[in-house]
Design a protein around this ligand. Sequence first.
Ligand code: SAM
Length: 377
Amino acid sequence: MDPWQNGKVGVGMQAMWSLHGLNRQPRTVPVRPDHSDHQGLSNVAPADAPLRTLLLPNADGGPVVQATSNVVEARIHDYISNLLFSISPTAFFQVNTLAAEKLYSLAGDWAGLGPDSLLFDICCGTGTIGLTLADRVGMLVGIEMNASAVSDAHRNAEINGIKNCRFVCAKAEDVIGSLLKEYLDVPQKEGEQLNASEIRDKDIATVEVNNGPMDDVLDCSKNPGHDLGNGEGASGHSENDGQEIQGQLQKSCTSKEGSTSMMHFKNVVAIVDPPRGGLHPTVIKVLRTHSRVRRLVYISCNPETLVANAIELCTPSPEKFEKGNGNRAWRKMSSAGLARHRTKSMPISEPFRPVKAMAVDLFPHTPHCELVMLLER
Ligand SMILES: C[S@@+](CC[C@H](N)C(=O)[O-])C[C@H]1O[C@@H](n2cnc3c(N)ncnc32)[C@H](O)[C@@H]1O
């Protein structure tokens, strides 16, 4: 396996930024030699690796200090499933791209995609999962809170000529309900169903390509919070910041060519790939209670939160709805215990059922592993 191809350079970049976060000057790092003769995995660049200076952003995102004339833009490029991805320094990208390719394609197979599918790629990062599956669906909607990653996703869609997609920069818990409503609560008129080729011909994509400042998307980079504790889900954000978010969503997502919400899709699928803390409770509730979402592929790097989220998605509704009683005993519960507790106050809804699961070893020789689980109803 070629260590340069599988994103080690990206890891080096990320680590360097955090190490030198307070002193952001251009730095010199080894880059991939044109004809690497590496065999096997290595974290060490060969001594004779060529050096290139990367342009690092200032902490405030302002102009960079240009120390030398031999400076290149700080972004890396990589291929997954024959698509080229351009990745900015703060965006997430799997380090093992060859294995990630397998992971995404497995998720796509399990998702049962087709031309009449509407795919929600939740926590989409630079658009990797959705874009690699875009030719198998009618429409792709990606949701991601990191503004740079969303900008990359736009760019990646454009680079690869993918048009049946839209990327929304927001916390999933803030927009998932509105997006599902927008796409799915459309009264269907007779003969209005479009097939994928018609959709593509109509060029309905809302690829709001924006390589400059993201002034037409919600700036969600200010409150990162990726790493979640206590099973509390994605950002630890309150359930809803109300109308402001709605207004921003409206602004960020309006199609240039007209509203995609007029399309009707028979098959509505979500692929979720949250950070270690799992999905925010609001996302779980919305996915579970929106009956048109029939299939959900959960990709996880943390089995504990995957199990907890699956409990909430799959436990049959209680006969009697119990409203939360403000009791703080949950503080001592395991994440699975907390999930079981939460199911008691889940609105009555058809549960998913776990169909199959597979571990994909993205991190050989480490205890970490990615897990994929298919839920259906
Ligand atoms: C494990 S990464 C997966 C990224 C992408 N699916 C991929 O495979 O490259 C998780 C992503 O979720 C994003 N994220 C974290 N919390 C989020 C939230 N509350 N809403 C939306 N995205 C979130 C992170 O910024 C990160 O890009």
